[in-house]
Design a protein around this ligand. Structure first.
Ligand SMILES: Cc1cc2nc3c(=O)[nH]c(=O)nc-3n(C[C@H](O)[C@H](O)[C@H](O)COP(=O)(O)OP(=O)(O)OC[C@H]3O[C@@H](n4cnc5c(N)ncnc54)[C@H](O)[C@@H]3O)c2cc1C
Length: 507
């Protein structure tokens, strides 16, 4: 998933001299923003202020592959940050029990390897054949290298640096303790000269032109800057509460508004993947860290109470495995209409949030701050460039929303009203409607993704994995079993995977 292309090379580094940037909020978004800004604009005066009384959300344990570029930009090595943050590698996400179609009760959404380049067209062709009436199963499992790695408990990186030129290049992501990541980045920022102060902001002062003039703390301490980053989380203190930017709720098609989380014991030989299991009124994540396993149940408060959800999660994880107390987190799902207004840019939860099904929170933070830097360098904050930024953020939020909504739309569970409503009563965007019609008509789906500019957000392979993996395919006699030709193809792919797999270490 990509936003604007961000140039991490030497390129033009704008020497913003004496510009004052004030970041309000010290969660993951505040420190990620501070790190990139301090690295990219060394001549700016950057200050981060945060409350000691208002906690951070502190979840966000899974990433997308794109975060690797963030660490590269900061020149931070995996060998340094990963042990500090109890991090593990992530090959992809396994979805379990979202579908009741025979043969489709689980599928793996894999990140891509260059080894998949030759196999993805075979898989996509199988889905096309099925959509056109042939009795093939067209399930994604077996086609993608990182799924094979995860299945065999292997990491996506080489165990030893090998001279084997044939070692495939893998795109992978991470799991980590996000509280520790914020701590790590804080130290990184302080080393680069970012100032930090604990204060509770009480009021925000506006200038005559409607820009933010200052933020004022409870102790009357006053902070003035040229640019303000609102990283205050769901409270959205600057962009919503002060500048009155409209919040667009996604509650017409994303019903989950709460999560309960609890940690359990670390597993010795874990599968390097996130697991997403559908429960009665939502879904549960399981994320392996080196220190613990992160678990959470994302649900709709309209269909299940906090107490019931907590109980269901505890039973799912196993009471004997727990090592912490459950914590309920309300979620505000949606986005502000414009994330950059006058001299204020909202980053992180203050800007918007799509439920964590594909772990996009930190991805949005990274791409938002990158795009902001890029466009500020091009347009110095002019109204025209602010508009470009806001349009781009809107596009990405709305199209990621389509991808997330598709999981609910294509579920085939009938055990509770929640799952039926998620499938049958949901409102979908015109873009998604067009896409689903194309899929069901048996026509060229790849072309439709391209036309809707969706393939640069989630690649075509991801869309095919999702829709075919859910068994969202025409019912055809015998198609729940692999056809002979699929068996042959999968056997050949398994052989190719096997030729490469031994250089990847086990957990
Ligand atoms: C249940 C759940 C699961 C998630 N899972 C994932 C995931 O797997 N992957 C992923 O990428 N993302 C995930 N996210 C999103 C991720 O957690 C957030 O994007 C990330 O933590 C950034 O949060 P934040 O910094 O914007 O806000 P917060 O963490 O809420 O930080 C807000 C900061 O603002 C400060 N503040 C607020 N008001 C004031 C004030 N008046 N004065 C001074 N300071 C103030 C607070 O002290 C705090 O420092 C998840 C989110 C939730 C809710």
């Amino acid at each position: 998933m990509l936003l604007l292309t961000f140039d991490y090379g030497p390129g033009v580094v704008m020497q913003l001299k004496n510009q004052k940037i004030l970041i309000v909020g010290g969660g993951t978004s505040g420190w990620m923003a501070a790190s990139l800004l301090a690295k990219k604009w060394p001549n700016c005066q950057i200050k981060l202020i945060e409350s000691q009384n208002i906690g951070t959300v502190g979840v966000g344990e899974g990433s997308t592959p794109y975060i690797k570029q963030f660490f590269n930009a900061l020149e931070i090595e995996e060998s340094d940050w990963m042990p500090f943050c109890n991090a593990t590698y992530k090959n992809g996400i396994e979805f379990i029990n979202w579908s009741t179609q025979p043969g489709y009760n689980r599928y793996f959404h894999a990140f891509l390897s260059d080894l998949d380049e030759q196999h993805t067209p075979l898989f996509e062709q199988a889905t096309l054949n099925r959509r056109q009436g042939q009795a093939v199963k067209a399930h994604p499992d077996g086609y993608f290298f990182l799924q094979t790695l995860a299945q065999q408990h292997r990491q996506p990186t080489l165990e030893v640096q090998s001279n084997n030129n044939a070692a495939p290049h893998n795109i992978y992501a991470y799991h980590f303790d996000s509280g520790k990541l914020a701590e790590y980045l804080k130290q990184y920022c302080l080393n680069l000269g970012v100032e930090h102060q604990f204060v509770d902001i009480e009021t925000v002062e506006l200038a005559g032109n409607g820009e933010i003039a200052a933020v004022i703390a409870k102790d009357k301490c006053r902070f003035e800057a040229d640019l303000y980053l609102d990283c205050t989380g769901f409270s959205s203190l600057l962009i919503e509460k002060t500048l009155k930017e409209r919040f667009i709720s996604f509650d017409e098609n994303l019903y989950n508004d709460r999560a309960v989380t609890v940690a359990s014991k670390a597993q010795m030989h874990y599968q390097p993947q996130t697991t997403s299991t559908a429960l009665t009124n939502g879904w549960a994540w399981q994320i392996p860290l080196t220190s613990r396993t992160g678990n959470g149940y994302v649900y709709s408060s309209k269909y299940i109470s906090d107490e019931q959800a907590t109980q269901e999660l505890i039973e799912f994880v196993g009471r004997d495995n727990l090592i912490g107390e459950p914590r309920v987190i309300p979620m505000k799902v949606g986005r502000v209409e414009r994330a950059w207004v006058k001299n204020c840019v909202a980053i992180g939860l203050s800007q918007g949030f799509i439920e964590p099904l594909e772990a996009t929170g930190l991805h949005f933070i990274q791409t938002s701050i990158e795009s902001f830097i890029l466009l500020y360098e091009l347009g110095e904050g002019s109204a025209e460039y602010r508009q470009v930024y806001n349009r781009e953020i809107e596009h990405v939020f709305e199209r990621v929303r389509d991808y997330i909504v598709s999981h609910y739309l294509t579920n085939s569970r009938n055990d509770t009203e929640y799952w039926r409503v998620c499938r049958d009563k949901i409102n979908i965007s015109d873009t998604l409607d067009g896409l689903m019609r194309q899929w069901c008509s048996g026509k060229d789906f790849k072309a439709a993704l391209k036309k809707a500019e969706l393939d640069h957000i989630y690649p075509s392979a991801s869309w095919h994995m999702l829709l075919a993996g859910m068994g969202f395919l025409p019912p055809i006699d015998g198609a729940h079993r692999l056809s002979d030709s699929e068996k042959r193809t999968l056997a050949q792919i398994a052989e190719v995977h096997q030729q490469h797999i031994n250089v990847y270490g086990k957990t």
